[in-house]
Design a protein around this ligand. Structure first.
Ligand SMILES: C[S@@+](CC[C@H](N)C(=O)[O-])C[C@H]1O[C@@H](n2cnc3c(N)ncnc32)[C@H](O)[C@@H]1O
Length: 494
């Protein structure tokens, strides 16, 4: 049976967070549900043309299992897609009728966040605010600012989150009955990073995670829309007891490709003592090796008496103090464009970024005294081989009393001052190694590296880092040379 398709212009898609799920991915999602009740009350929030409900219904009909009735509730704000949605639901009706399943649906042309927040807020004193046994979702993703109507509505039911997709998931969780299931496809960004911390806490305390699936290619799930997000699919059951084990699977995203599945102890995915509640997703053998190596390390930045902070100069806040070229009364201002071969090359006059900032009473609080600092990029390009790119600021090469680190950098320091040189060089080798990069990719699916991410890593002890630092005769070593050196010292310190 053919289902109705729809096309919207790109700008409108972005405004609505509208990226429709490809049929093979929707079918795969529908296959993830566990046993369902005889009558399933299904929620499809942000339904688009209904491809997820179609996949769910098709699956129930083909399986000829215990499901005897499906009551689908669909929310969609885009009026232009409603005809296609209604047409697809009518086709679901016919499919179900052929399979002897009772099917009814209600399409709500309404804002899911506003409607459900007010319903949940109104239901706070009711004994049973939940209404759905299953939900299948590809929620819209868009940042929502602190004073937006969506944020206010979500806040009214105790949800504080900065993206629409996490808002949708938090509401869906509240609308499911205990034991109710959600299969969702979302960006992977909620798995780490400070902005999603309270969402992760809420999600992991109310949902039991049964399965996570990652695509090796970023474009896999939404090929036609060329979405540059790394996406995951998860199967979660409303409840408070995380399973002992969890299934992690991955696939390239090509049609009919092979799916690799591995079962992991849940404690490896969300580490019991991790206050940040990062969700690690090991999807390759190198991730497993990296974890084994990192598990052997028992120092933290705090125990090394090293701090990592985000560069303090937010350039647009100091527009009048920025200078393209150094001049009297200025000090170096460093951006990622100054990273060359492991050290800071400054000034870089051909770069579009300013090279200097005035040193005066207004800017001084945002500067740091010169010293040896380790810098990392906060954003890497997709093409870059590693997510973690570290570089040394060497005061012997850039002579200055004060220096500004721009906000696109993280910098490692000792209470606001420079680091001891061999320690800084050891950290340079460690952070630029493949093993750390692979470990990092277990919990981060995006190209952003937050200071919190760097803070949660385990580090070698000071002696080992200094030994690495002493052996680094040049910062310009090849990746293989850095990896060999780091591996040798990590083995020696066990
Ligand atoms: C990522 S698309 C997914 C569509 C469909 N579920 C699929 O998988 O193909 C998200 C959908 O949510 C809709 N949407 C955006 N904001 C919404 C809101 N506040 N309430 C209901 N639907 C919304 C968009 O118009 C879009 O169709």
């Amino acid at each position: 049976m053919k289902f109705a398709a729809v096309e919207n212009p790109r700008s409108r898609q972005e405004e609505l967070g509208q990226f429709l799920t490809a049929t093979p991915v929707a079918d795969f999602m529908a296959s993830m549900f566990g046993p369902l009740p005889r009558t399933v009350r299904l929620l499809d929030a942000g339904a688009g043309s209904g491809s997820l409900t179609v996949a769910f219904v098709s699956r129930c009909c083909a399986k000829r299992g215990s499901v005897r009735a499906i009551e689908a509730t669909l929310y969609e704000v885009d009026e232009q897609i409603l005809d296609a949605l209604a047409a697809n639901m009518c086709k679901c009706e016919r499919l179900c009728s052929d399979a002897g399943i009772r099917f009814n649906f209600s399409i709500h042309s309404a804002d899911f966040v506003q409607k459900m927040s007010s319903r949940l807020a109104g239901d706070l004193f009711s004994t049973d605010p939940s209404a759905f046994d299953a939900a299948i979702a590809n929620p819209p993703y868009r940042k929502i600012s602190a004073d937006s109507p969506e944020r206010r509505a979500l806040r009214s039911v105790g949800v504080e989150t900065s993206n629409l997709y996490t808002g949708f998931i938090a509401l869906i969780q509240r609308l499911l009955v205990p034991g109710g299931q959600l299969v969702g496809i979302t960006p992977r960004s909620f798995c780490n990073g400070p902005y999603f911390r309270s969402f992760r806490e809420d999600f992991l305390s109310q949902f039991e995670l049964r399965r996570l699936h990652v695509f090796e290619s970023r474009q896999a799930a939404f090929r036609e829309d060329s979405v540059l997000q790394e996406n995951i699919i998860f199967h979660a059951v409303k409840g408070r007891n995380q399973p002992r084990d969890i299934l992690i699977s991955s696939s390239s995203g090509e049609n009919g490709d092979e799916i690799t599945e591995t079962v992991f102890p849940f404690a490896e995915i969300v580490q019991p003592h991790d206050a940040e509640r990062f969700i690690h997703i090991p999807s390759s053998a190198s991730h497993a090796t990296a974890k084994e190596t990192m598990d052997g390390l028992c120092s933290s930045l705090a125990s090394l008496r090293v701090t990592v902070s985000t560069g303090r100069v937010v350039d647009f806040r100091h527009k009048d103090a920025l200078r393209k070229e150094p001049e009297h009364g200025t000090v170096p201002l460093l951006y990622p464009c100054h990273f060359i071969g492991g050290t800071v090359h400054w000034p870089k006059l051909e770069a579009r970024k300013p090279n200097a900032i005035l040193d005066n009473d207004e800017t001084r609080p945002w500067l740091v005294p010169s010293g040896v600092y380790l810098l990392t990029k906060r954003f890497t390009s997709k093409e870059e081989r590693r997510r973690l790119v570290a570089c040394l600021f060497d005061p012997d090469l850039v002579k200055t009393k004060w220096v500004g680190f721009e906000n696109h950098l993280n910098y490692f320091h000792a209470s606001g001052h420079g680091l001891e040189r061999t320690l800084a060089v050891g950290l340079y080798a460690f952070l630029n190694s493949t093993v750390v990069d692979q470990y990092f990719r277990r919990f981060s699916g995006h190209t952003q590296v937050n200071a919190t991410d760097l803070r949660t890593l385990a580090y070698p002890d000071r002696d080992t880092l200094q030994a690495m630092g002493r052996e680094m005769k040049s910062l310009d070593l090849s990746q293989d040379e850095i990896d060999q050196l780091v591996t040798k010292h990590l083995h020696a310190c066990r």
